[in-house]
Design a protein around this ligand. Sequence first.
Ligand code: ASP
Length: 324
Amino acid sequence: MQFKPTIIALLGIATAAVAQAQGAWPTKPITLVVPFAAGGPTDVVARTLGAAMTKSLGQTIVVENKLGAGGTVAANYVAKAAPDGYTFFIHHNGMATAPALYRKLAFDPLKDFEFVSQAVEVPMTMLARKDFPANNLQEMVAYIKANQSKINLANAGLGAVSQLCGMMFQRAIGVQVTEVPFQGTAPAMNALLGGQVDVLCDQTTQTVPQIKAGNVKLYGVTTKSRVKVLPNAPTLAEQGLKDFEVVVWHGIYAPKGTPKPVLDKMNAAVRTALKDPDVIKRMDELGAEIVPDAGNTPEALHAWLKAEIDKWGPVIKAGGKFAD
Ligand code: ASP
């Protein structure tokens, strides 16, 4: 009997929360968690979309950079966050590669999240520091092979696409160099610009301005075909690295249990943002391709993530690089 008022009070709070989530949402700023450092490729996509979504939602999208362990710290944080409609997450292929890379992953990418939408796809570029003694991919490969023990390859940690690309590159040319992990490729790029590391594979969303300014050396793009934003850059595959392909895709997620009406409104806001002329222009300048509207459903993201987990699992396991 004495529990009754407490139960009634709790029911009242829960009902109010659901009503608020379903009706007036959003009534306060929304956090969009980014798993890598500010200023890097994932952050650029998040902030560009966030600014456009702020316009249609009428509330600010606040980007929060939660760093560590190749994106898994942030994913775990969001998986356990309150499903109240005020925490969302943007992540890339790392959502699919983490289960194969981490032996004790504390979240399940397919079960612990609600799926909102896909967003953009981004090519990667193979770069070296400006004074790297190689002027094309053949020379680069020859130099790396001859100096394996001295080469530092930067990445954004186990689970980052830079790490995946670097792993595939080493495997394709038959070397093993020293990998230097950062908490995002923004600090990795700074190290490349400063000459503290030698090689970095990273997304055009960060690298195009540095390539165009001549601050780094470019050896190729990781897509099947050449990309519009860097028309003179050959693909790695056409230069002899057969079947080399890494395309970075992004998905937007929420903690499991986030109310469906909120997810629907968020999905609509993402779709609207992807048609915003400012977003289209910025993504175009940075070489990112907006996913066609039909692909931007929760179901499409879920199916894509599942397919990517199935695709990368065996590739990564064969690479033999794991963490706990
Ligand atoms: N592009 C990076 C990576 O996954 C992460 C970042 O956005 O900083 O390698």
